[in-house]
Design a protein around this ligand. Sequence first.
Ligand code: IPM
Ligand code: MG
Length: 365
Amino acid sequence: MPPFKLLLLPGDGIGPEVMAEVRRLIAHLEQKKLAAFAFEEGLVGGCAYDAHGMAITEETMQKAHAADAVIFGAVGGPKWDKVPYDVRPEAGLLRLRKELGLFANLRPAVCYPALADASSLKRELVDGLDIMILRELTGGVYFGEPKTITDLGNGQKRAIDTQVYDTYEIERISRVAFELAKKRRNKVTSMEKRNVMKTGVLWHEVIEAVHAREFPEVTLEHMLADAGGMQLVRNPKQFDVIVTDNLFGDMLSDVAAMMTGSLGMLPSASLGEVDAKTKKRKALYEPVHGSAPDIAGQGKANPIAMLASFGMALRYSFNMGPVADALDAAIARVLARGLRTADIATVGGKAVSTEEMGKAVVGEM
Ligand code: IPM
Ligand code: MG
């Protein structure tokens, strides 16, 4: 079998540190002859700006198009606060999402029993939690035009962002939601603001139609996104798959992350449409945490979200579900043994380094 083609984009801040643990995992999988990978590396975000004056180069974009999967660390940091908007670090990530057509962003929030006390919610609310936030990733207010700040000439400025969704965008994300639910607990909760937003009205209407037409056997419920946010912290285990737009999904997934104990625990997969001919889909895997500039370079970062993101690549891009399961089980065992990076350590408890955590997980495998 030809090797899987990976593009590694460590990015900024803690990105390179957590990516080093992915390399360790890759080396292990190759050594065990479980898979063969061919990987290239590239710059994205602030480091790309420093080297090339832009958040991602054309050449790196080409490599991303050619890869079976892009493995992404994190971008951004205070160092680049003043760079022009179009070349800010985040622009590199947004361009990858948009140009690769990665409309479906899967953010599973799983609370390992050993971590239930690290959550900001009570143990009984989060222990055993396993929900999937499905965020629409290439539309909505992130990409809608116009997106401008205009000087009105009277000492005032006007800023405009545009929230826009077409039927097909809502149809394809809702299909992903229903398909996911069928393999889980068969329930989809759709969140929008149809009481205020036209996009919410259409979102609701289209999901209802797809449900009735194609997935009547799946349970579908709707929540206004604000009430959904409240329910998420009140009783998170009521959910199975939550499907929502780009902006609400950004917010709700950060909220969900805290239930798992730490933002350092949440992986994600961003998937494109399955190509009818090749049966392949473009994909990018990234931890939900950002670049954490405050702890960058100190070996303190939690590599679990990054490792689990690679696990999602094994599952969704390389059809290696059993190996992904083994990785998840290894993470659970390491946590059960009491190993903690600083973000999930108990007060006064000992914290291990990024490298120690990575070695322990790979060792458990
Ligand atoms: C995320 C991040 C990004 C987003 C930033 C870095 C642009 O917060 O992936 O959740 O807003 O989508
Ligand atoms: Mg976010």
